[in-house]
Design a protein around this ligand. Structure first.
Ligand SMILES: Cc1cc2nc3c(=O)[nH]c(=O)nc-3n(C[C@H](O)[C@H](O)[C@H](O)COP(=O)(O)OP(=O)(O)OC[C@H]3O[C@@H](n4cnc5c(N)ncnc54)[C@H](O)[C@@H]3O)c2cc1C
Length: 414
């Protein structure tokens, strides 16, 4: 049989798109590689799913790269209130948290997956799981999709919603980008985004497991500060991770990572003079005690031994015996804890994919290919990516909706 529409990929974009498409009774087939839909959605927001961000279109676009304006008309058609209303209409209760981030009240991402899945089933979308599409061709007006077991599927309209390349274990392995390329489209270079850094040396490793809150992390190139973020980060067996590190990784994606330095300011609320005054006061008050007791006032316990080793001031040194130069070295360590960067971690640990299908080759209202008629793209397969905060899923939902609306309008389906 020839389906009206086949949607490849039962993720955030694909499920929303398929459900809306089938609302009017059209034959829609949704094909998914994995044995369950929404594998990635299930792990979003640490299992809680940060659905979107309750802020303005401008705020969303400010958080999106590289051509955020491309999404303007999609966001005018389907935005934050629409996706919230959608999930509420599916019986979910939605809540807003710090930073305008929106979550299901249950804190359970599976609820989001189930709601999208139910939406598809109730609208009679045919769903085929465990089906890995490996090639796509178009002859006359019909697309033919072949799966890894040599089965063929045919349709008049094809939607590619196969996601990016990050967390490949969830099923997104860059297949859609390969299909698009095989059909003559431009794929902008694919890179891991929102991803931890490997650092050079072993300083970070020696502090692995330590989490820092309210610190400033900045990226330096040729001794010049280029980006800065304030918040939480963590040391690991390979280097650094955590919210501010992931945000910084997106900003430096086009720079030579091995030439960059990460500097952590452990005391961002105090400038150098104020911190010097504070350290001097502590030294005066605890002159007869050991250096360790000063460090306890300034650092998390687990960092104390490393700080003493790095500064070459033994922990049992009596505070009165510490020189002015050593005191200065301590201040600089606290304000400028430096980690030369080696590289970013792989797609396996990246939250999103930078790069993808060039937005120059798709229509900004319907996301239909300008090269192959009746071929549509939605979600992370397109070269659009965002910061953390719910912005990435909004891209998937808005583009998924607009593709459905675009196909319905083009084929006069009300
Ligand atoms: C750990 C983690 C946490 C995240 N948390 C958040 C968050 O809280 N908020 C947020 O906004 N964003 C978050 N993101 C990003 C967000 O999950 C993605 O941007 C979003 O899921 C993209 O949706 P999509 O539908 O384009 O792709 P996906 O959700 O990846 O879905 C694509 C689907 O296509 C299927 N597929 C791929 N190739 C084929 C093929 N050849 N044949 C058949 N099926 C195929 C895949 O199996 C998959 O199910 C997170 C990402 C990760 C990895």
């Amino acid at each position: 049989m020839v389906y009206d529409v086949i949607v490849v990929g039962a993720g955030a974009a694909g499920m929303l798109c398929a459900g809306y498409l089938a609302q009017d009774g059209r034959e829609v087939l949704l094909i998914e590689k994995k044995d369950n839909p929404g594998r990635k959605l299930r792990i979003t927001g640490k299992g809680r799913c940060n659905i979107t961000n309750k802020s303005s279109v401008k705020d969303h676009l400010d958080n999106i790269q590289p051509k955020a304006k491309f999404l303007k008309s999609a966001y005018n058609k389907f935005f934050v209130d629409d996706i919230i209303a959608f999930f509420e209409s599916q019986g979910l209760t939605i809540k807003e948290e710090r930073g305008a981030r929106i979550f299901p009240e249950s804190d359970n991402a599976q609820e989001i997956v189930d709601a999208l899945h139910k939406f598809c089933i109730e609208n009679n979308v045919s769903i085929k799981l465990n089906t890995n599409i490996i090639s796509i061709s178009k002859d006359q007006d019909i697309f033919t999709l072949k799966d890894s077991s040599d089965n063929n599927y045919r349709c008049q309209n094809l939607v590619i919603a196969t996601g990016g390349c990050s967390y490949p274990v969830t099923g997104s392995t860059g297949d859609g980008q390969r299909f698009a390329k095989s059909m003559g489209h431009t794929i902008n270079e694919l890179k891991p985004g929102l991803v931890p850094f490997n650092t050079k040396g072993d300083l970070a490793q020696r502090m692995q497991g330590i989490s820092l809150k309210n610190v400033t992390a900045s990226i330096w190139h040729n001794n010049k500060k280029i980006y800065e973020e304030f918040g939480e980060m963590m040391f690991t067996h390979f280097g650094v991770t955590g919210p501010i590190i992931l945000s910084l990784s997106n900003k430096v994606a086009d720079l030579p990572i091995g030439e960059l330095e990460l500097r952590v300011d452990l005391k961002p609320a105090l400038d150098h003079n104020k911190l010097d005054e504070r350290i001097l006061r502590d030294f005066n008050e605890h002159g007869k005690k050991k250096f360790e007791s000063i460090l306890k006032l300034l650092l998390p316990n687990k960092m104390i031994a490393v700080c003493s080793q790095e500064l070459k001031i033994p922990l049992d040194t009596i505070v009165n015996q510490i020189t002015a130069n050593q005191r200065k070295a301590l201040r600089l360590w606290l304000k400028n804890l430096t980690f030369p960067l080696h590289s970013v971690r792989s797609f396996k640990e990246a939250i999103i994919t930078i790069g993808g299908l060039s937005t120059n080759e798709i229509d900004k209202n319907t996301f239909e290919s300008k090269i192959i008629p009746n071929l549509y793209f939605c979600g992370e397969v397109i070269d659009l990516h965002a910061n953390t905060g719910g912005y990435n899923l909004q891209i998937a939902f808005s583009t998924g909706f607009c593709v459905a609306q675009g196909i319905k309008t083009k084929h006069n389906i009300s």
